[in-house]
Ligand binder design. Sequence first.
Ligand SMILES: [Zn+2]
Ligand SMILES: [Zn+2]
Length: 261
Amino acid sequence: MNKLTFNYHTHTKRCGHAVGEDKEYVLAAIKLGIKKLGFSDHIILPEGFEQEGIRGSSTQLEDYLQSVKYLKEKYKDQIEIFVGFEAEYYPQMMNYYKWLLEEKIDYLILGQHCYLEDNEFHWYFHKDSPVEDIKKYTDDVIEGLKTGMFKYLAHPDLFMHSQASFNKELEEQSRRILKICEELHIPIEINLCGGRRRNYDGLTYSYPNEEFFDLVKDYNLDVIVGMDAHDPEHFEQIAVDLGFEFAKKHGIKPLLDFDIK
Ligand SMILES: [Zn+2]
Ligand SMILES: [Zn+2]
């Protein structure tokens, strides 16, 4: 049996597409044997940047922080709890992120789902997104990681959600991501949520992607198995085993411990 001792990728119902109470996530994590648990809901942005069903609104920030703080204290003898966010790199938000990190939260992980232009959110990925879109995603991931604000890169292969199959151009973008993570010593994630999601064609699992992770052996990289839990029930041993088996198949030894702070 593979043992997952930490998970820093946990959502809450505030994002609008996760379910369950915060406490239920903690109890499920304890039951699975997790010793370090990080809440990293989709980044709550300042007023005026709401995205319903994607992220919580600015009015929920304090509730999120207070709830995790309460659970951290309540369960401190059983599990160590941290609070953070899974955030996109939005150049416009760097001062806000800095304030969060200094005053409010323990960490950020990078999950680059969309970009912000003229105060509007845009998704990179659509069915059969052209390589230019994948390149923009890659550029933004690289710029984001360079800020030094993000502790690890969630689902680096997220772009496979938009693709029916891997190819040479996608390999080129993948290698740019892997190279910057190697240079900056930023771990990448085998995302256990992707295994629950199909690509736009419904043909393959979006991520973790076999071809992407085949490239990892060419780099000196740390790899984290992340639950990306959107439901307390996602803390299940079968998902952990799938993640570790996936890693093994690609010659990867996932980190067995990682400090987020
Ligand atoms: Zn989500
Ligand atoms: Zn996530």
